[in-house]
Design a protein around this ligand. Structure first.
Ligand SMILES: *Cc1c(COP(=O)(O)O)cnc(C)c1O
Length: 550
């Protein structure tokens, strides 16, 4: 990377960076820490989340770096983690641009913080206007024509905020090749929502490429402030030289590690999928309106053009909905973030297309992680498949399968518990997570009806009466002839339904008679499933969510 030293600010090359007390030692764990003038006690409230907040955090925690590297498919040494991508943008400018001399190049309209961050540091921003709607095409050669010897960074946002349009890898590669000594910073804040491939694929080939990532949008982390810069090691080292001494807060590091776990990523993925299908639904509905143009988008927002953006912006505000008025950048446009299905229904209803609103499926996803169990439950009350269940307890899997199958809903339930100790925690925690998932999927809809079902199984008879009343009550009447079914303790059955009734906030009355414990238990699960099946059926097309507006 011969070009690098020529481009970096000379004083940053020479800079002796701030050295924190602990970074002088490779491993300070287990030592009596009297080196950093910290306070020895954890402050109030002394919850688990607060542990270690009295200590200075690791400036670049290796565990988090390696998880990010793994996730993005780069080397740990190629990652910097900071307080959102915004901080990464500032630091890149700080490393490369000398005030009142250098410039950055980008296009417009785009994410406005590149220019603001440059302005703050006394750096000129050169912007090329994008082509007109609906393609917002970038004339790459013309943009490159803005570059001179003092151009240090080209910022490129794809998918672009606010147009939602994307650039292909070939176009990005064209710029990397054309300007091999200028850093190309590709902002992929919305890439998770798009079909395009990440520019990371080009990192091995072009050492002037910097890819900027954020957890704010796709990972629902806007409040945590976490973003990364992916680049070759020498660039990462320069960024670390100019970063704040301890950019990441200890609680944020801890939360991020949990979110980047397998379960966390699975939950994020399922929500990204929902947002993409919601984007397509809102796009289709708004496109039917005559006086609105909706531009296609690869992100979690839509840009629409209307006759009078200021008026519609105010109208929406009057209906309790705030969108982003981009009139100043692109005349008469509004940028609308894709929200939850219910929020999107409210938006569509405000535009008068509430009657055409597609039926929103009643889904939920619950993740429950404790020291004893890690559980993921995904439920769709309006689909009957797939049903995927794995708890590590064969008999329990079988019963839960009955519950979903005869309940008439789709369920993915994955639990990893301390079943080597006993089944107690797993059965109880699954019941809690399942009840919560069912309750969330049902939304505000409380059954006032009482549903009941009786299931004969050979000599046994099981019955369930169920009311989604909003209050958790269990009446359990069953005497089992044996304490075990295989290796499953039968006493856990009552315990399961107790936890379920509590978390689902339902009154559940169960009764079973018989001579075979397996038959009786299976009968109880089936009867409960059948009663649930009746209770969760939607009897009217009116969406509870739009009632307030229609
Ligand atoms: C939201 C956004 C960011 C900021 O990300 P943070 O990590 O929250 O700082 C960066 N780039 C674009 C294009 C954005 O829309």
């Amino acid at each position: 990377m011969q070009w690098l030293n020529k481009q970096v600010r000379p004083e940053i090359l020479k800079l002796a960076p701030y050295v924190s007390a602990r970074s002088e030692l490779a491993d300070s764990s287990g030592l009596v820490a009297l080196d950093a003038n910290e306070n020895p006690w954890v402050p109030y409230p002394q919850t688990a989340e607060m542990s270690l907040v009295n200590r200075y955090p690791d400036p670049q925690p290796i565990g988090l770096l390696s998880r990010m590297a793994n996730f993005y498919g780069v080397k740990t040494e190629q990652v910097f983690v900071g307080r959102g991508m915004d901080e990464g943008i500032e630091l890149l400018i700080r490393v490369f641009c000398t005030a009142y001399k250098d410039n950055i190049v980008t296009f417009k309209p785009t994410f406005s913080y590149y220019k603001v961050a440059a302005d703050i540091q006394g750096i000129e921003t050169r912007e090329l206007e994008l082509g007109s709607a609906p393609d917002f095409k970038l004339d790459i050669d013309k943009m490159l024509g803005l570059c001179d010897n003092n151009t240090k960074i080209i910022f490129l946002c794809t998918p672009n905020n606010p147009t939602g349009s994307s650039m292909s890898l070939a176009e990005i590669e064209y710029i990397l090749k054309a300007k091999p000594e200028i850093v190309l910073a590709v902002d992929e804040a919305y890439l998770e929502f798009s079909k395009y491939q990440s520019a990371i694929a080009l990192m091995d080939k072009y050492d002037n490429l910097v890819v900027m990532k954020t957890m704010s949008k796709a990972f629902a982390f806007a409040g945590v402030r976490l973003g990364s810069i992916l680049a070759q090691k020498p660039i990462i080292e320069l960024i670390c030289k100019v970063m704040a001494p301890y950019p990441l807060a200890e609680p944020c590091i801890r939360v991020a590690l949990q979110t980047m776990s397998a379960h966390g990523l699975q939950l994020a993925k399922s929500r990204i999928d929902i947002l993409i299908s919601e984007r397509d639904r809102v796009f289709a509905e708004l496109s039917k309106l005559h006086d609105i143009i909706v531009y296609s988008s690869d992100a979690n927002f839509l840009l629409i053009q209307v006759n009078d953006a200021n008026k519609i912006y105010k109208d929406l505000l009057g209906k309790g909905i705030i969108v982003r008025n981009r009139h100043r950048d692109i005349p008469n446009t509004l940028r609308i973030t894709i929200g939850s299905p219910i929020e999107n229904d409210l938006l569509l209803a405000a535009f008068g297309c509430g009657n055409n609103v597609a039926k929103v499926e009643r889904t939920s996803t619950v993740v429950r992680n404790t020291n004893e169990t890690k559980i993921l439950v995904e439920i769709n009350l309006d689909k009957t498949s797939p049903i995927k269940i794995s708890t590590g307890i064969g008999f329990f899997d079988h019963m839960l399968d009955q519950l979903a199958k005869h309940g008439g809903f789709s369920m993915n339930l994955q639990a990893i518990g301390d079943t080597h100790i006993d089944y107690h925690h797993t059965v109880e925690d699954v019941a809690i997570a399942l009840g919560n998932a069912l309750r969330q999927a049902l939304g505000d809809k409380r059954g006032i009806n009482r549903y009941g079902f009786a299931v004969p199984m050979d000599e046994s008879l099981a019955s369930c009466n169920l009311d989604l009343s909003g209050r958790g009550v269990l009446q359990f009447d069953a005497k089992f002839p044996t304490p075990m079914i295989g290796d499953f303790p039968v006493e856990m059955v009552e315990h399961f339904f107790l936890s379920l009734s509590d978390s689902l906030q339902a009154a559940i009355h169960l009764k079973a008679t018989g001579e075979n414990s397996h038959h009786m238990v299976e009968g109880l699960f089936k009867a409960c499933a059948k009663a649930l099946n009746q209770a969760i059926k939607q009897t009217s097309d009116v969406l509870p969510s739009t009632k307030g507006i229609l």
